[in-house]
Write a protein that binds this ligand. Structure first.
Ligand code: 4NP
Length: 157
């Protein structure tokens, strides 16, 4: 079987999806599972930027270094390159459905679809709030990453 692959998507690719990328990298490494992981934004305002300093700080507090990540925008080929494209919220999921080529094999989902009891819910955007919001974001993306790892390693469950 080829290496499973996951693309996380939010609006700016500087807050939620880089944290999701960091969280899945951490839980996959701990489990000894190889997954190709990336993140992107539906918007283009922050292309080339490092993650928001508040996102970098909360990841670092949990032992995860996301400082080298750089924002990019979703592109059509992503729908062919990734098995799973996981949106942080419903608006971005709707935008992904609009962008997806008709024959694209990628499976689209919401991050919290992978968390028991949270199906259909959005990871709130912490960008316009204060630093404490990023702690909640980390907890949500970590739970999503753990659920996603289970789904990838035990696809029949
Ligand atoms: P993200 O947060 O989608 O989690 O990266 C945002 C970052 C930037 C903006 C909005 C949300 N913005 O409007 O620039």
């Amino acid at each position: 079987m080829s290496t499973p692959s996951v693309l996380f998507v939010c609006l700016g690719n500087i807050c939620r999806s880089p944290l999701a990328e960091g969280a899945l990298r951490a839980v996959a490494a701990r489990a000894g599972v190889t997954i190709l992981i990336d993140s992107a934004g539906t918007g283009n305002w922050h292309v080339g930027d490092a993650p928001d300093p508040r996102a970098q700080a909360v990841a670092a507090r949990h032992g995860v270094d996301i400082s080298a990540l750089r924002a990019r925008q979703v592109r059509a080929e992503d729908f062919h390159r990734f098995d799973h494209i996981v949106a942080m919220d419903r608006d971005n999921l709707a935008e992904l459905r609009r962008l997806a080529p008709a024959d694209a094999p990628a499976r689209l989902s919401l991050m919290l679809d992978h968390v028991p009891g949270r199906k259909g819910k959005s990871v709130a955007d912490p960008y316009f709030g204060d630093a404490s919001g990023f702690g909640a974001t980390w907890e949500e993306v970590l739970a999503g990453a753990e659920g996603l790892l289970d789904r990838i390693t035990q696809p029949r469950r």
